[in-house]
Design a binder for this molecule. Structure first.
Ligand SMILES: [Zn+2]
Ligand SMILES: [Zn+2]
Length: 216
C-alpha cells in the first residue's frame, strides 16, 4: 500500500507557502510515498526529487467550480464548463478528480452537475472542508455512482500536510498509481472536523491579544 496525497498547492501559485522540496521532506516523515503538486489554473514547474513519487496537476477554475486534473501535459483554459474541462483533461491523458464536492461554502461542483462518467475519483475528505456534512454527501455520491474515493489535504501551508490521505494499492511508480486510482484500488482517510472552528479560534485569539495589548 502506498500513502498518497492527491492535492497539495505550491508557492509557485498564489495563497500557498509550500515549496515542493520541503513538503516532500515533511510528507516522507509522515510516511507518505507520493503526492500530487498543483496550483490554481497552473501546473507547477517540475523539480528533481528522488525517492518520492510526484504527479503534477492543476486545479482548474471551471464556470461551475473547481476541477482537478492530474498527470497533465499542458495547462487548461479556465472558465470553460466542468464538462468541457473534464473532457480536455482526459484528452491529454490526464485523470479527473472532483475536489471538495458538496462543500457549499467553497467554489465546488456538486449535486450531480458533472456527469459521473466524466469523473475518475472524488475527494470524500478534503483537509480544508468548511461544511461539516460535505464528506457524507460526497461518499453517498461515490456509492451511488461507483466512483473511487480519495482523501486529500488541499494543503496551502506546511502544517496542513497529512491532514487527509489516500492508501493506494499499487506498485511504487506513477503509472501504477494512476491505474489503481482509476480502478478504485484506493481507500480514503480524513476527518469530518470542520477546520473553520480552528480558523475562528485563531482569529478570536489574535483579536483578543491585540485589544489586550492596546489597553496596556
Ligand atoms: Zn478548490
Ligand atoms: Zn485546492
Amino acid at each position: 500500500m502506498l500513502k498518497f496525497d492527491f492535492h497539495v498547492h505550491t508557492c509557485q501559485g498564489d495563497h500557498s507557502e509550500i515549496k515542493i522540496e520541503k513538503a516532500v521532506q515533511i510528507l516522507k516523515k509522515k510516511g507518505f510515498d507520493g503526492a500530487v503538486f498543483l496550483d490554481h489554473d497552473a501546473i507547477p514547474r517540475k523539480e528533481k526529487i528522488k525517492d518520492f513519487l510526484i504527479i503534477y496537476g492543476e486545479e482548474v477554475s471551471t464556470s461551475e467550480g473547481h476541477l482537478v486534473g492530474i498527470n497533465l501535459k499542458k495547462t487548461i483554459k479556465p472558465l470553460m464548463s466542468s464538462e468541457q474541462t473534464a473532457k480536455e483533461i482526459r484528452k491529454q491523458g490526464g485523470t479527473v478528480i472532483l475536489p471538495h464536492p458538496y462543500d457549499y461554502l467553497r467554489i465546488e461542483i456538486n449535486r450531480g452537475r458533472l456527469n459521473p462518467e466524466l469523473i475518475d475519483a472524488v475527494e470524500v475528505y478534503n483537509g480544508r472542508t468548511l461544511w461539516p456534512w460535505a464528506s457524507g454527501k460526497a461518499k453517498e455520491f461515490c456509492e451511488q455512482n461507483k466512483l473511487p474515493e480519495v482523501g486529500c489535504s488541499d494543503a496551502h501551508f506546511y502544517k496542513e500536510l497529512g491532514s487527509a490521505y489516500t492508501l493506494v494499492d499499487a506498485d511504487p511508480n506513477v503509472k501504477s498509481v494512476l491505474k489503481a486510482l482509476k480502478h478504485g484500488k484506493v481507500q480514503a482517510f480524513g476527518s469530518y472536523k470542520p477546520p473553520i472552528i480552528q480558523h475562528f479560534k485563531g482569529g478570536f485569539l489574535k483579536a483578543y491579544n491585540r485589544l489586550f495589548n492596546e489597553k496596556l
